[in-house]
Design a protein around this ligand. Structure first.
Ligand code: GLN
Length: 474
């Protein structure tokens, strides 16, 4: 049982009250403020917890998260609260409505205590691109916690909350989970509504969760998942993600992606993943080696398609309709120019310029169109690989958590962090990152399991079953 399920049981039995839990959250947030995991807190959560406690005795309280505190990445809207997306552009922007994913958790009685730090607009792999300063890794504060949901991952690892909501466009849930030793879940594209999430690259944007166990993550996913009239890409699975019946390991077939266990990947990661694979083998899981040569194009494809979508999505921040407005502009053009120059940081500008370039006439066919064609080749290749096995497996990241400041001067180095997470995003595949570091190792290592589209319940069931095996292996 993960800490979330334990907390729910403790609340139900009366061992603890929601008010006490929320108070505890605020104490930990305060005590560990040096990690800079949080952008803003909601003091009214204390009053909401009191109300939850008084409603608990009523017979109608069957809500699944009654009184449970949680934290949300600051690129999701929650009515009346500031939402910055980690950017100066949106500092002071007050949410006019609540994101569907968050609303579903609130409807089940969960209590929102804080909004977490992130790379501005989701642009990054270290949380160093936040205009609110970098988040530090709970395991070693000289290291990055990963990004862009670094604040959410650090908040879970620091015990500020039992689970936190993140978003993942090409690894922003999974990579921070890998760097902080937590569990990160990125659903099938469309399983969770994006309504109320700040758009980054709309064709790969997903909302998911960072938690301490697969069972905890499954409960949160089950609540957030499903069709939403406000997001036409959403789907229903008609399956309960929480029915973790236990997978039969003797009939399971897993493909190990050999393209990700080669030179250039940190040897400690290769070794740890290989020993996890051995542990699965010893439990009867059939392991086969799989190579998908198209994977080598994924990062290039992502860094063309993503900026193209970003440049379009970020055009709405014009200094008129949203928060940051430049002072003393002589005309409309200079208002746009000044507001955007002041409001966006260097990384946001880089992506807007790159995206505008790849979409411009004369370059569109060579870059954007070509990237979309290669994306289709990758989708077909991954679908084919997944048709022969139940799940694909590999490391989540090519490196261990790196030092704060180590990669900030070289964006290309930073982009390489996404080499193993971008593919499932481009293909819309559900993927879970599980912590697998050996106990002799100080730094965490994350292992990814990828499944076919809409196979979320099978993936969670399998991950939940092998968690025990991997735990023994640590
Ligand atoms: N690190 C990737 C990027 O910088 C992915 C970000 C994300 O998933 N939001 O684009």
């Amino acid at each position: 049982m993960g800490p979330l399920l334990q907390q729910i049981a403790a609340l139900k039995s009366g061992e603890v009250t929601s008010h006490e839990l929320v108070e505890q959250c605020f104490e930990v947030i305060e005590a560990k403020s040096d990690y800079n995991a949080i952008i803003s807190t909601r003091p009214q959560a204390l009053e909401e917890a009191r109300l939850s406690d008084s409603s608990r005795s009523a017979p109608k309280t069957t809500r699944r998260l009654e009184g449970v505190p949680f934290i949300v990445k600051d690129n999701l809207l929650t009515t009346g609260d500031e939402m910055t997306s980690g950017s100066n552009m949106l500092r002071g922007f007050v949410s006019p409505y609540t994101a569907t994913a968050v609303q579903r958790l609130l409807d089940e009685g969960a209590i929102l205590v804080a909004k977490s730090n992130m790379d501005s607009f989701g642009f990054g792999s270290s949380t160093e691109n936040s205009d609110f300063g970098p988040t530090k890794n709970p395991i070693d504060p000289s290291l990055v916690p990963g990004g862009s949901s670094g604040g959410s991952a650090a908040a879970v690892a620091l015990d500020m909350t039992t689970f936190a909501i993140g978003t993942d466009t090409a690894g922003s849930i999974r990579q921070p989970a890998a760097f902080t030793g937590t569990v990160g879940y990125k659903p099938t594209y469309g399983l969770v509504s994006r309504y109320g999430m700040t758009s980054m690259a709309s064709s790969t944007d997903t909302v998911g969760v960072i938690a301490r166990s697969t069972a905890d993550a499954a409960l949160v996913m089950d609540i957030m998942a499903g069709k939403d009239v406000n997001d036409s890409t959403t789907i229903d699975l008609n399956e309960e993600l929480t029915s973790l019946k236990g997978a039969d390991l003797s009939t399971a077939k897993v493909g190990v992606i050999t393209d990700w266990l080669t030179e250039g990947v940190d040897p400690a990661i290769v070794e740890t993943v290989e020993s996890a694979v051995e542990a699965l083998k010893s439990q009867g899981v059939e392991i086969v080696e799989v190579s998908v040569p198209e994977l080598k194009y994924a990062l290039s494809v992502y860094y063309i398609i993503m900026p193209a979508e970003v440049s379009s999505n970020l055009s709405r921040y014009d200094g008129v309709r949203y928060r940051h407005t430049a002072q003393s502009s002589s005309d409309l053009d200079s208002l746009y120019l000044k507001s955007r120059t002041e409001g966006f940081n260097e990384e946001a500008k880089r992506r807007i310029i790159l995206g505008t370039h790849v979409l411009s006439s004369g370059y569109y066919d060579a870059y954007y169109k070509k990237a979309q064609q290669v994306r289709t080749l990758l989708i077909n290749a991954m679908d084919k690989a997944l048709s022969d096995v139940d799940f694909l497996l590999g490391p989540t990241t090519p490196t261990l958590p790196f030092k704060i400041g180590e990669k900030t001067a070289d964006p290309m180095q930073m982009y390489l962090s996404d080499i193993m997470t971008a593919p499932s995003s481009l293909c819309g595949l559900p993927t879970i990152c599980l912590p697998i570091a050996g106990s002799d190792q100080k730094l965490p290592v994350g292992m990814q399991l990828l499944a076919g589209r809409r196979q979320d319940s099978q993936l969670l069931n399998f991950a939940n079953t092998i968690e025990v095996v991997l735990e023994k292996n640590k």
